[in-house]
Design a protein around this ligand. Structure first.
Ligand code: NDP
Length: 388
């Protein structure tokens, strides 16, 4: 029986993970489930899966969680320390499914205690890739990619030598606005940005898909995870979302990973790794698929990809500043304070204003990352206020 914990259990990744685990209750014992604020979902899943402990990040929700778990024998806890304690509990496999840089410390905590970490939280790699991977190495444990593109690359590399890899191509659906002209994009509303043509995901990543900030983070994630230089990472728009990534080798072979747009594939692959087991995902029927199309991303409409390349070139803690500025800008868009295109303007301005602070020369220690994160959010708030 495999013991598992799910950080971010109440979110889209968390719920897909729970779906797989609940289908084979005899194969898993659930240790910890964590949520941010959704105490009703957390308590209901904790009861259904007979978790050992349920942790809610919002401390004000502890009384509600206790009441909902009353008589179940499940421990209830709240707050940051409880979250870190849950991440450290003995478990064979931990899903890092919290959204944003809030997922970094719980993920690190799991690695420091030798847990295998299934990493959906791409922000961890963007803001602190070297730190996260060094912790995994130090504690002899494994980080498994859960982002569909990175799971695809990981699978294409099984049995291969990274030295034989010439390039990695990651695909992007293009998100909600892939065919929108620039002047229409300026007026894009929250509701329009929050619906994805192919994938059902949390609201934040859905908006990041529309702005291509999600793809920008994935390019950095690819560099960090696979140790490949940025000039060998390509992005193509592939509206059908059937090919998730391709790995090109020195002999000219291009290995593509094809699958239905369903996160349970990548989650299930990480859950069963290194084995493959049957998964409840739709099978791709090539005869009914029709044409697969590919095109260049338009960086004039979506500067996020250019910003990602600048961040990788600058190095140091630019990734931490990028992630935090993007999160703050996204909060501003969700709150109706800034427009859709202003998100990229805020991020670019934060990166410019942080150059004199020497972030490019900073080492990736946890304290430094958290310090840059704080500062970038503060500058992003100032920049957004100046724009209003
Ligand atoms: P959701 O918004 O659906 O869920 C986020 C989860 O994080 C929820 O459980 C939420 O709790 C919790 N959470 C939010 N803020 C905090 C906090 N400050 N402290 C602790 N917990 C918190 O996000 P997704 O599931 O869509 O995404 C999760 C991660 O996976 C992201 O990094 C995303 O980029 C990545 N990812 C997601 C994919 C998808 O298909 N959704 C695909 C590939 C990667 P609550 O809801 O209770 O407030």
């Amino acid at each position: 029986m495999k013991t598992v914990s799910i950080l971010g259990a109440t979110g889209s990744i968390g719920q897909n993970t729970i779906d797989l685990i609940a289908r084979a209750p005899q194969a898993y014992r659930v240790v910890a489930l964590t949520g941010g604020r959704n105490v009703a979902q957390l308590a209901s899943d904790a009861r259904r899966l007979r978790a050992e402990v349920a942790v809610i990040a919002d401390e004000d929700a502890l009384d509600d969680l206790r009441a909902l778990l009353d008589g179940s024998g499940i421990e209830a806890a709240a707050g940051r320390h409880a979250l870190l304690e849950a991440a450290a509990r003995p478990a064979d496999w931990v899903m890092s499914g919290i959204v944003g840089s809030a997922g970094l410390e719980p993920g690190l905590q799991a690695l420091r205690h030798g847990r295998t970490l299934a990493l959906a939280n791409k922000e961890s790699l963007v803001c602190a890739g070297p730190l996260l991977l060094a912790e995994a190495q130090r504690h002899g444990t494994t980080v498994l990619p859960v982002d569909s593109e990175h799971s695809a690359i990981f699978q294409a590399l099984v049995g291969e030598d990274m030295a034989a890899v010439e390039r990695i191509v990651i695909t992007a659906s293009g998100g909600a606005f892939r065919d929108w002209p620039l002047d229409k994009l300026k007026k894009a509303t929250l509701a329009e940005a929050s619906s994805h043509p192919n994938w059902a995901m949390g609201q934040r990543i859905t908006i990041d898909s529309a702005s291509l900030f999600n793809k920008a983070m994935e390019v950095i994630e690819t560099k960090e995870f696979f140790g490949i230089s940025p000039d060998r990472i390509e992005v193509v728009i592939h509206p059908e979302s059937l090919i998730h990534a391709l790995v090109g080798f020195h002999d000219g072979a291009l290995m593509a990973h094809v699958g239905a747009p369903d996160m349970r594939h990548a989650i299930g692959y990480a859950l069963n790794w290194p084995d493959r087991r049957a998964l409840p995902v739709e099978r791709v029927d090539l005869l009914r698929t029709g044409t697969l199309s590919f095109r260049d991303p338009d960086e004039t409409r979506h500067p996020a990809l250019r910003l990602a390349r600048e961040v990788m070139q600058a190095g140091g803690l630019n990734g931490a500043a990028f992630t935090a500025a993007k999160e703050q800008a996204l909060d501003g868009f969700i709150a109706g304070e800034i427009g859709f295109l202003a998100m990229a303007e805020v991020v670019e301005e934060v990166l410019t204003r942080m150059v004199p602070e020497g972030i490019a020369a900073m080492d990736t220690t946890l304290d430094a990352v958290l310090g840059v994160d704080d500062r970038a959010r503060q500058i992003a708030r100032d920049v957004a206020a100046e724009m209003r």
